[in-house]
Design a protein around this ligand. Structure first.
Ligand code: PEP
Length: 250
């Protein structure tokens, strides 16, 4: 039985004061969340503060990226060791904004996945197609290619150390959500593809949906057989909405 996971990607939002308030609000509501594993991914400068505030609650902390190298002359990057040191258990890898705006290739994303693993951080590995790709009928091919880059570098068993987030790019931050059927179809494809290589890994692997998930649509999405939770952007910035999504798994 796969445990539902709800992860909040706070992106580049917040201030010292607002992240303190947001974390306090989430921690205060956690008594009503008994089923989901809950993770928040603050901007890097606030990770220490948020991990401190999360201490003693069931909320786990993740980063929004991780360097593919472990130390040295990589200005602006953060190593797995550093992220672990400040309390990260997870790292988002390959988010579509990193791929589209900062040129992260499948190969670089795979190297970041590898760096997370070797540093004992669980990759929250994002994949998904653009609107153009969906309309051209290549959604499955795109997801397969993105997963294959990780498998080529690390082997299929490596996927068991992380979580996949299927995030159709056209649904991210747009308010346009994939229907539960559309999402389930891709999730089933992803699981089936991995099962063709290793059935045990596929069965245990959590595949989250991401893309305008909110308190109104979370229950139906998470209720699909191959959807094991959500990666939440906009709705993770309000404690009440984020908790309502976490409660969708109850
Ligand atoms: C995301 O950026 O991972 C995401 C899912 O964003 P939103 O929920 O705002 O669509």
């Amino acid at each position: 039985m796969r445990q539902v996971m709800v992860a909040g990607n706070w992106k580049m939002n917040g201030s010292s004061e607002s992240v303190k308030e947001l974390m306090a609000g989430i921690a205060a509501g956690m008594s009503s969340v008994t089923k989901a594993e809950v993770v928040v991914c603050p901007p890097a400068v606030y990770i220490s503060r948020v991990s401190g505030a999360a201490d003693g609650s069931a909320v786990k902390v993740g980063s929004q990226n991780i360097c593919d190298e472990d130390s040295g002359a990589f200005t602006g990057e953060l190593s797995g060791d550093m992220l672990k040191d400040v309390g990260c258990e997870y790292a988002i890898i390959g988010h579509s904004e990193r791929r589209a705006l900062y040129g992260e290739t499948d190969e670089l994303v795979a190297k970041r996945f590898a760096a997370a693993r070797r540093n004992g951080i669980k990759p929250l590995f994002c994949i998904g197609e653009t609107l153009e790709e969906r309309e051209s009928g290549v959604t499955n091919d795109v997801c397969a290619r993105q997963i294959d880059a990780v498998i080529a570098l690390e082997g299929v068993e490596a996927l068991a150390d992380g979580v996949i987030a299927y995030e159709p790019v056209w649904a991210i931050g747009t308010g346009k959500v994939a229907t539960p059927e559309q999402a389930q179809e891709v999730h089933a494809f992803i699981r089936g593809k991995i099962a063709s290589l290793n059935a045990e890994v596929a069965e245990g692997l959590r595949i989250l949906y991401g893309g305008s998930m909110n308190p109104g649509n979370a229950k139906e999405l998470i209720g699909q057989p191959d959807i094991d939770g959500g990666l939440i952007g906009g709705a993770s910035l309000k404690a009440e909405d984020f908790l309502a999504i976490c409660q969708a798994a109850e």
